[in-house]
Design a binder for this molecule. Sequence first.
Ligand SMILES: [Zn+2]
Ligand SMILES: [Zn+2]
Ligand SMILES: [Zn+2]
Length: 97
Amino acid sequence: MPNAKLTDSQRNSNLCTHTGATKEVSYGEHVCPECVAQGDTWVSLRICMTCGHVGCCDSSKNRHARAHYESTHHPIIKTIEPGPDWAWCYPDDTYLK
Ligand SMILES: [Zn+2]
Ligand SMILES: [Zn+2]
Ligand SMILES: [Zn+2]
């Protein structure tokens, strides 16, 4: 299964105090399971760096990644799309690069 983990610079970012709540996580299919269950589509996928939950981004109709944060308070997500490797901290409202 693919893995996701914060880079050293993300983990050591002085913009965020939540990286201790993260670990290396893995995921199965490259889909938003909640959108699949509803028969909906999404734009981009994000992964929760605390538990490995995969959800869709804020540009998607259902915003399942944000909904996961709001229900669990797991603080940090990462993109699992091709391209730039960034993370986002919800409580700090900042990118970790
Ligand atoms: Zn933070
Ligand atoms: Zn979704
Ligand atoms: Zn989570």
